[in-house]
Design a protein around this ligand. Sequence first.
Ligand code: PBG
Length: 302
Amino acid sequence: MIRFRLGTRGSPLARTQAAMVRDALCAAHGWHADEVETVIIRTTGDRIQDRALAEIGGKALWTKELDRAIEAREIDAAVHSMKDVETIRPAMIAIAAMLPRADVRDRLIGADSVAALRQRAIVGTSSPRRRAQLLRLRPDLTVVLFRGNVDTRLAKLAAGEADATLLAAAGLDRLGREVGHAIPTDLMLPAPAQGAVGIEVRADDESAAMIVGAIDYPATSACVLTERALLAALGADCHSPVAALASLAGEMLTLRAELLSEDGTEQVEGHAEGTDGAEIGARLAQDLLTRAPAAIRKLFCP
Ligand SMILES: NCc1[nH]cc(CCC(=O)O)c1CC(=O)O
């Protein structure tokens, strides 16, 4: 008997994350694995592999088809990497839970550290944040476009298309790829929501919200919602080089964030503390934008 239908993209990482959610649901509700049906949904983002995500229309490319399936009641919930979920979601969709966050750091593959990269090394990435952060640390580097799923990027590296690449430790770990060297967050602050898996439901589906809510890890939700509040207040999109990481100690949330110009020559950073994630995100966004030079401000539309 099928008790719940879980939608996911078809990439190996997406399937792995959906299996983690399925297992968590089964553990929480005493279901057997075959009582949760996994529905693979191909998104526009999966079909288009040769251009930077930012160029072709942004994060909705990963969510639109899953949103439609939720609305059409073809699935009860959708599993996403929260990093890929656009800041403003349709009113029909609600974020119902997040799994415990994995390693939030980026990992460098191809050299032991950013400092150890050879002079004028070529680094493959399509992330405006990673590009700007790398160029800020090492202006001699050349950054080339690298897209595709985790294994595609590792294959491009192995084929010599670049000397090194950066990938999220979370994705590598979930896929069991033990490669690369973690970059400390004080050297390279990760993307907002990096390492977090989220589950979305139809906003008016109380039953699905209850079922999924049982596996929510509140500390992850609190931190990721704080990082997303910053993005919302910044008017950031996936062209915007922005890094952010929240942490929770007791009731106190601390949000650190960094905005960069596209070439990394300009940077503003800051932090804010409080107990209300939405308020902290908005306050830090305001502070950063006030201090940001024009080359950074133009990349945001608050
Ligand atoms: N943009 C692709 C994407 N979305 C989520 C992850 C990794 C998993 C995570 O951050 O939870 C990745 C790959 C990467 O950045 O290396």
